[in-house]
Design a protein around this ligand. Structure first.
Ligand code: 2HA
Ligand code: ZN
Length: 268
């Protein structure tokens, strides 16, 4: 069967990168059952005139917020209840392409199959709306459940401003260098809620990755591998911390001076 993506090679590339990353999320143990979601803004890679001539394949559905900057936009979204490990192999059977109606408050599915989008759609679309509003080049948002980072979010001491960022940065130089904006903290909110979406948007104005307390992370980037890499370096640091603690000692961590030196060297 012909896919919507066959007409748009650049959109297809971006969705295939998201599928590749979906496999990594599963392999890393961050995507149990249907855990996590990925959305890709493909608006720039499709012919909008043709997109708006297409027949929708599902009902007009409320987003729950009004998002003017992504009005008329086109997104690939993982399906609700779908597994990352399945999306990795069959992205267009476990996700769908949606278009945002001109009012910025509703969407409808247009291709390939009527797979209803992720339960975290309000957070994802609010993030994309804010990215466009502030002229960012980022087009991908990933939500996943990295075990070590979720575990760390159960310690109230780590949730105070910048405590976790400094701890993780100090575990290995790469984290300071490749996750320069650190890890934002979003206090617990009900999954899928508009409140969670609003707090996440604020957090991602300061950071490329935020931690949803006792739930997971959200990362943004130009493409899916870039967003994934940021989560991966933070998890690496968390694993070093965990391994040191399980070896029976508290890791010393790099000094502030060593971290400042990295900041200079990498122009962060
Ligand atoms: O199932 O992870 O937060 C998707 C989720 C909801
Ligand atoms: Zn989740």
């Amino acid at each position: 069967m012909k896919s919507f993506l066959d007409d748009y090679p650049r959109a297809k590339d971006e969705v295939l990168k998201a599928a590749e990353v979906a496999g990594y999320l599963w392999q890393n143990g961050w995507a149990e059952r249907n855990g996590g979601n990925i959305t890709v803004n493909i608006t720039e890679h499709v012919n909008l005139e043709r997109v708006w001539r297409m027949q929708p394949i599902g009902p007009v559905t409320e987003i729950g917020m009004t998002l003017p900057h992504i009005a008329r936009g086109v997104f690939f979204c993982k399906g609700t209840g779908r597994r990352m490990r399945d999306l990795a192999r069959w992205p267009m059977d476990n996700g769908s392409v949606i278009r945002i109606l001109p009012d910025g408050a509703h969407y409808e599915m247009i291709a390939d199959n009527p797979v209803r989008p992720t339960s975290e759609l309000p957070s994802h679309l609010a993030i994309h709306d804010d990215l466009i509003a502030r002229g960012s080049t980022y087009r991908v948002a990933i939500h996943t459940h990295p075990t070590e980072l979720v575990a760390m979010s159960h310690n109230p001491a780590f949730l105070k401003p910048d405590v976790l960022t400094r701890l993780l940065w100090s575990m290995i130089p790469e984290t300071r260098a490749f996750c320069p904006k650190g890890l934002g903290i979003i206090p617990y909110e009900m999954p899928s809620s508009v409140k969670l979406a609003e707090e996440t948007v604020k957090g991602l104005q300061e950071h490329d990755v935020v931690l949803w307390e006792k739930h997971g992370v959200v990362a943004i980037g130009n493409d899916a591998p870039e967003a994934f890499d940021q989560i991966d370096v933070l998890v690496k640091a968390a694993q070093i911390y965990q391994d040191a603690r399980s070896m029976g000692f508290i890791p010393e961590g790099m000094t502030d001076a060593a971290m400042d030196e990295l900041k200079e060297a990498f122009h962060l």
